[in-house]
Design a protein around this ligand. Structure first.
Ligand code: NAD
Ligand code: UDP
Length: 313
């Protein structure tokens, strides 16, 4: 039985990861400050004696004897990470320093939840890990993008300088049950609006693209990455390469929910990337033949079901 720390474990992805790690027979310590996550996401796990929930902020040091650390703590939705950008940088940078320090001290393997945002508004398409990105260091998204880029820098240097065993996952847009109703990201926004027959908010002309991965596929990849040979540190792209425009996504959501919603247009937020699609050759090669299995339509159906439950309650 491994003892595993998941920071940001009460968030959307973290809660699915905690559940899966417990189901595989591990002991899980879930650490969260509940900024964008909530206890409700992990309440079903609390009856498991091998699950421990700790209220803690990763900008402060934390000590625990663990074998592995998944560092997910950081708000991921633009609305949340732009609410207090200084705190977002602290969470990424000081959080990485504190968790890497812990990993060094207890000789734990540590995985960083990095992001496709390290590529910014990419000029190379699809994005391979070798692309250095096109990031505005002083723009609206910079607290998140540059914080995550600095965290990657810290990871590779703790590895080369101190021999810490690291893994860096560059996660592309991921969705599924337990995203917050007011999360602000596109899939949850569109589904909630469609289920309420409210206007669907398209930012810009809706022709910008994203590639959406269902959360189960991501959790599978994260665990495979943690279990991969020590020499394979990443960064590695984790995403579903099927690419959709926001207009295509809106019409799929409307069709699946049988909604009467109409599209309304708002200005495109500052520095909103125009296109995004992962090159996942590296993940396929090094993660035991991993590739996403859940098609957008199937993942959307499951996510819509979960939101229907929440909105009815
Ligand atoms: P989320 O906001 O649901 O989860 C983040 C969790 O971290 C929340 O529970 C939040 O309360 C917690 N947190 C935030 N600041 C903290 C702090 N200072 N100390 C302790 N806990 C803190 O977002 P998510 O979608 O589950 O994302 C999880 C991770 O994956 C994040 O690091 C995010 O950057 C990364 N990621 C997510 C996506 C995606 O599409 N969902 C894409 C790329 C990267
Ligand atoms: N978006 C939109 N309507 C919304 C929310 C988002 O058109 O109600 C767009 C947003 O401008 C972006 C895309 O959807 O182009 C994905 O946004 P999200 O915040 O989900 O993720 P990110 O931009 O971080 O990839």
């Amino acid at each position: 039985m491994k003892k595993i720390l998941v920071t940001g474990g009460a968030g959307f992805i973290g809660s699915h990861l905690c559940e899966r790690l417990l189901n595989e027979g591990n002991e899980v310590v879930c650490l969260d400050n509940y900024f964008s996550g909530k206890k409700e996401n992990v309440v079903a796990l609390m009856s498991n004696p091998y699950f421990e929930l700790v209220r803690h902020d990763v900008t402060m040091p934390f000590f625990a004897e663990v074998d592995e650390i998944y560092n997910l703590a950081c708000p991921a939705s633009p609305i949340y990470y732009q609410y207090n950008p200084i705190k977002t940088v602290k969470t990424s940078v000081m959080g990485a320093i504190n968790m890497l320090g812990l990993a060094k001290r207890v000789k734990a393997k540590i995985l960083q939840a990095s992001t496709s945002e390290v590529y910014g508004d990419p000029l190379v398409h699809p994005q391979p890990e070798t692309y250095w990105g096109n990031v505005n260091p002083i723009g609206a998204r910079s607290s998140y993008d540059e914080g995550k880029r600095c965290a990657e820098t810290l990871f590779v240097n703790y590895h080369s300088q101190n021999g810490v065993k690291i893994k860096i996952a560059r996660i592309f847009n991921t969705y599924g049950p337990r995203m917050s109703v007011n999360d602000g990201r596109v899939i949850s926004n569109f589904i909630v609006q469609a289920l309420r027959n409210e206007d669907i908010t398209i930012y810009g002309d809706g022709k910008q693209t994203r590639s959406f991965m269902y959360v189960d596929d991501l959790v599978d990849a994260l665990i495979r990455l943690m279990d991969s040979p020590d020499e394979f540190t990443g960064p590695v792209n984790l995403g579903n390469p099927c690419e959709y425009s926001m207009l295509e996504l809106a019409s799929k959501v409307i069709e699946l929910t049988k909604s009467r919603s109409k599209l309304v247009y708002f200005p495109l937020p500052e520095d909103d990337p125009l296109q995004r699609k992962p090159d996942i050759s590296l993940a396929k090669k090094f993660l035991g033949g991993w590739e996403p299995k859940v098609m957008l339509e199937d993942g959307l159906k499951k996510t819509i079901d979960s939101f229907e439950h929440i909105l009815i309650r």
